[in-house]
Design a protein around this ligand. Structure first.
Ligand SMILES: Cc1cc2nc3c(=O)[nH]c(=O)nc-3n(C[C@H](O)[C@H](O)[C@H](O)COP(=O)(O)OP(=O)(O)OC[C@H]3O[C@@H](n4cnc5c(N)ncnc54)[C@H](O)[C@@H]3O)c2cc1C
Length: 409
């Protein structure tokens, strides 16, 4: 009997186990989970609604959504993409439904249903789950692999899948040290930005549907909805920028100027649009008539940043006033003082270097029998269901590779 260990009873680990028990029924699968309960993170995804995947319909280049690992994901998604993921979940009684931006959710909008389905699939297939038993070391022993746990057990396995998630938690990937595997330094990704500006902070709750945020002097920029919070900025475009700029922001200790384009028009488009509006409405007070779809409190804040009197009329704007207004609307700069609190969606950028893995099998290039899945790999995505899809895809590829490698035995 082929003995397989999965390190990490999380998203990728359980999905891998569910397919292994189908594709290699003669195997005995053991999941080692450091926590008391499996799949805790999966149960929290999408605010408990589980943004399980994405249609990818608006993605023209995978680098837009996978800042790390795009070319590997391109190859892997051809082998096990959305169609195969849907099929696997349909077999567990879970259908997907689409929301905006191609985001897919289980029809129940209930992450705990996904957890229960994976758990019962594992139970039915006789997968052994050992909770509260963290793996502390993995070593090669002739043709097999030894897995040592915190409780002192030491067992031999024919194949081992590393699915221990983002490296910043639970001692990271230190259990791989005996194997001398190249790791890319883990740093956080998908976080909000802390900005201390009392007039901005007083606009808490205001959102702009289509803004652009950028780090001046770099090509790092992201577009989408922007949300003002009492500690700074959040929303899809900020999370996206934090993902694109994860390494740069870490290197700068999360202190950087941040440029906001509140209207997503560029200067050449904004200037004539405002001038035409001013010509049309010369007697209207600027404070009471915004040429763009911006919330009125935000508009007042921006006028004050442009140094324009609240009782000024459009006829009084003048070319200097126009320039100041355009500048604030398209390139308003704030100082970021840090990351937001560790509460919101969060993934790790970094992990097992992709140079260590065979891009077809996700097996180690130097340690036969060792495989990698999920966030433990140096693959991570922006929000929208792409991180979970990476966990399903990489978990499935590991299962398929192990099944192929051992099915003849
Ligand atoms: C709050 C939140 C919401 C999210 N929402 C979404 C969403 O809606 N859509 C989306 O696509 N992505 C979302 N993500 C990201 C997504 O959840 C992760 O990318 C995904 O769960 C990664 O799966 P994984 O199996 O690699 O890691 P995990 O699911 O984290 O599982 C890893 C498991 O390994 C265990 N482990 C670690 N070290 C050891 C060890 N040494 N021995 C044994 N066990 C160990 C951990 O305890 C954990 O249970 C969200 C993330 C967070 C934090």
């Amino acid at each position: 009997m082929t003995r397989i260990a999965i390190i990490g009873g999380g998203t990728a680990g359980f999905f891998c186990a569910s397919l292994l028990s189908r594709d290699l029924p003669s195997s005995k699968v053991t999941i080692f989970e450091a926590g008391k309960r499996p799949m805790v993170k999966l149960g929290l995804t999408g605010g408990g609604r589980c943004n399980i995947s994405n249609t990818f319909e608006s993605v023209t280049d995978l680098r837009q959504v996978y800042p790390r690992g795009a070319s590997l994901m391109k190859r892997l998604l051809k082998e096990f993409g959305l169609t195969e993921t849907r099929k696997a979940f349909a077999a567990m009684g879970i259908e997907f439904e689409e929301e905006d931006a191609g985001r897919l959710f289980p029809a129940s909008r209930d992450a705990s249903q996904v957890v229960r389905a994976l758990l019962s699939c594992a139970r039915r297939s006789g997968v052994e789950l050992r909770c509260a038993d963290a793996v502390v070391a993995v070593q090669e022993s002739a043709t097999r692999i030894t897995v040592r746990t915190a409780s002192g057990t030491e067992e031999l396995f024919d194949a081992v899948v590393v699915a221990s998630g983002g490296c910043s938690s639970r001692g990271g990937l230190s259990f791989l040290e005996p194997l001398d595997i190249a790791l890319v330094e883990p740093v956080p990704s998908l976080f909000t930005l802390r900005i201390k500006d009392s007039s901005l902070n007083s606009l808490t709750g205001i959102s702009v549907p289509e803004a652009v945020v950028a780090i001046p002097g770099t090509s790092l920029r992201a577009t989408g909805a922007l949300l003002i919070t009492d500690w700074g900025l959040s929303g899809p475009c900020v999370l996206r920028l934090s993902s694109y700029a994860a390494r740069e922001l870490h290197a700068a200790s999360y202190r950087t100027p941040l440029m906001i384009n509140w209207i997503s028009f560029n200067e050449q488009e904004a200037r004539p649009a405002i001038a035409a509006f001013a010509a049309r409405e010369p007697q209207k007070m600027i404070a009471n008539s915004c040429p763009f779809a911006l919330p009125s409190r935000l508009w007042e804040h921006l006028l004050s940043r442009a140094g324009l009197r609240s009782d000024m009329r459009w006829a009084e704007l003048g070319s200097k006033g126009l320039s100041k207004l355009v500048s604030v609307l398209v390139s308003d700069v704030y100082e970021v003082l840090g990351k937001g609190a560790f509460k919101e969606e969060f993934v790790t950028c970094g992990g097992v270097s992709l140079s260590e893995v065979d891009s077809k099998t996700l097996g180690s290039r130097s340690h036969p029998g060792l495989y990698f899945a999920g966030e433990a790999l140096d693959i991570d995505a922006v929000t929208g269901g792409f991180n979970l899809q990476a966990a399903w895809t990489t978990g499935a590829i590991c299962a398929r590779s192990i099944a192929l490698s051992f099915s003849g035995e």
